[in-house]
Write a protein that binds this ligand. Structure first.
Ligand SMILES: Cc1cc2nc3c(=O)[nH]c(=O)nc-3n(C[C@H](O)[C@H](O)[C@H](O)COP(=O)(O)OP(=O)(O)OC[C@H]3O[C@@H](n4cnc5c(N)ncnc54)[C@H](O)[C@@H]3O)c2cc1C
Length: 550
């Protein structure tokens, strides 16, 4: 059993596992403890956003993730039905994994990206994150272990951990303790930090007690007379549900909202099967693999993201209603943001402002993202089915057309979200050399690439299959853009003196210079532009700011 590490991580969900990868790749030691026997069994999140895929590409396993989940050719459409086997109301078409791979190189504007989204269950993603973390020297992943408590000391943090099923605790010491322990976070509660925001919103759908059924029903594909879809949503007065295809062969993550008077304690496998059959509209067979309840209607963000040497990330710091698929992806972005800062703090490269900037950058993003998710939950959940929607004949047809038109445009709003995934900005961060200029508007469905410091570095393809991001260093990158870029030798020396691992990348194209609106741009390890300009002395002056030492 490991007794000491630089970082102790509580929780081995997506946040804790991603943080382990970010730290391990930087030579920082970390011990992760999770009370579950292993990674998640239930599917949970079903959507990996493009920005998350770009992070997986940076770590070298985007392709591995894209090959998981649905078969290569399986459409990732979002389709709306009265009941799955009855009437299709509308469909928002999205590419299969194979099409996404080919299409990404042809896109510009809002979707100018190294990776497109991928629809894959969190349960598969967690296995990959775990596998890669476990190969890293200095990373110790311990499932089946519970963190029972902790104290902060002058030198760091001491935690008490116990193997599940045993009361015997052991002490583990670390320089930092990070709570990635989900919505009921022991770490957050021990710090006395509360969630703030909206809890308990009540809606016709996506607002109330939800029932999740993980099931296997290959018969579904024979019973349903419509094209397969990744996300299947029912819209009727009796049993509203959403259901993601997990492997495209018969396993599904089915979620329905409990009606008034429907009690979760009285639901067994037979009742769960009946719920699924009501949504299908036919009594098809299914094997129930797992059942659980959860609550939709949260848009919560912790009042603070930690204190001293104890910090929070992922669901421990924010709780979403999963409309738009943002909870897990926001957790991954937290881990990426925190990973390089924590490593720099431990190695003595960054100043205190660097770690402080974690909350200053991520808390507003959590408020922004939970807000977007809430809008989507309202757009779907407050739109109610009308009487007669399922009737045969012209009156029913007209109602279905009306509902379908609405749901189709809703689907586009909820699932075509380059603005959310690429557009988060850290303009007010103390470690960004901000410009006195308004950034592009923050909208869910449109992303306007800009190299204005504080946002994601604008992307471009250099040649077939090679993204600008593939040239970036694992730590800092200095882009020299255009045919006549300024010299940067003094800057390189200054970076070396500051112990900054800086890779200089020359991109001779004037298009790149135009895109970045400057011949020099300093890119952080998380691919955020920290500074841009045309003079190396200005970049040298920016170094202490971007390292949190100013
Ligand atoms: C039905 C549903 C659908 C969803 N769909 C999406 C989606 O499409 N897209 C999306 O982005 N998000 C979605 N989410 C949200 C997503 O699942 C979560 O946001 C994500 O799991 C958060 O990751 P995390 O690592 O922060 O926390 P978690 O995954 O909750 O992991 C926390 C871990 O901490 C462990 N733990 C807790 N306390 C202790 C302790 N004291 N000691 C040791 N271990 C402890 C737990 O065992 C757990 O494994 C969905 C959620 C649900 C419920």
């Amino acid at each position: 059993m490991i007794r000491q590490a630089d970082v102790l991580i509580v929780g081995g969900g997506p946040f804790g596992l991603m943080l382990s990868n970010e730290l391990g790749r930087r030579g920082v030691t970390a011990a992760l403890f999770d009370q579950k026997p292993s990674t998640a069994f239930n599917p949970q999140a079903n959507a990996t956003q493009a920005r998350t895929m770009e992070h997986y590409r940076r770590l070298g396993f985007a392709e591995e993730i894209r090959s998981l989940g649905l078969p290569e050719e399986f459409p990732t459409d979002i389709a709306y039905f009265t009941r799955f086997a009855k009437h299709e109301l509308g469909r928002f078409k999205l590419p299969s994994a194979r099409e996404a791979r080919a299409r990404v190189a042809t896109l510009s504007g809002s979707w100018s990206a190294a990776e497109l989204p991928h629809r894959v269950s969190q349960k598969y993603v967690e296995q990959v994150l775990r596998k890669h973390a476990e190969t890293l020297p200095g990373i110790s992943i311990n499932y089946g272990w519970r963190v029972a408590g902790f104290e902060e000391t002058h030198q760091g943090v001491t935690a008490q951990v116990a193997e599940v099923g045993s009361d015997a605790t052991q002490e583990v010491t670390a320089k930092y303790l990070i709570g990635g322990d989900g919505s009921r976070s022991l770490v957050r509660r021990a710090l006395g930090i509360r969630y703030a925001g909206e809890a308990g919103a009540v809606r016709d759908f996506f607002g109330g007690r939800m029932y999740a059924v993980y099931l296997y029903s290959p018969q579904f594909y024979q019973a349903v007379p419509f094209a397969p879809a990744w996300m299947n949503v029912t819209f009727n007065k009796d049993r509203r549900a959403f259901m993601a295809a997990v492997d495209g062969k018969g396993t599904f993550a089915f979620h329905t909202q409990l009606r008034d008077g429907e009690s979760e304690d009285k639901i067994g496998d037979a009742e769960a099967l009946a719920m699924f059959q009501a949504a299908v509209g036919e009594k098809i067979a299914a094997q129930i693999l797992a059942r659980e309840t959860w609550t939709a209607g949260y848009a919560l963000v912790a009042e603070s993201f930690g204190r001293g040497r104890v910090l929070l990330g992922g669901d421990a710091a924010h709780l979403f209603t999963p409309a738009g698929g943002l909870g897990y992806n926001t957790a991954i972005d937290d881990a990426v943001n925190l990973g390089w800062k924590l490593a720099a703090a431990i190695k003595g490269i960054g100043g205190r402002a660097l770690l402080d900037s974690y909350e200053l950058e991520r808390k507003p993003t959590a408020v922004r993202n939970t807000g977007f998710a809430r809008t989507f939950a309202e757009s779907l959940g407050l739109f109610r089915p009308k009487d007669g929607l399922e009737d045969e004949g012209p009156a029913g047809e007209a109602l279905r057309k009306e509902a379908g038109d609405y749901l189709k445009q809703h689907g586009q709003k909820e699932f075509n979200i380059p603005g959310i995934t690429f557009g988060a900005r850290y303009d007010k961060s103390p470690i960004i050399v901000s410009e006195d200029r308004k950034p592009p508007p923050d909208s869910a469905n449109e992303y306007i690439p800009t190299a204005q410091p504080g946002g994601r570095a604008p992307h471009l393809w250099l040649r077939e299959g090679v993204s600008l991001y593939d040239t970036f260093g694992f730590e800092w990158t200095l882009l020299r853009l255009g045919s006549l870029p300024p010299s940067v030798d003094l800057l390189v020396n200054a970076a070396k003196a500051s112990k900054v691992d800086l890779k200089v990348v020359d991109i001779g194209s004037d298009d790149a210079k135009e895109l970045y609106e400057a011949p020099l741009a300093l890119i952080r390890p998380d691919q955020i532009v920290a500074w841009r300009g045309s003079r190396q002395d200005h970049a040298i002056a920016a170094l202490p700011v971007v390292l949190g030492r100013a």
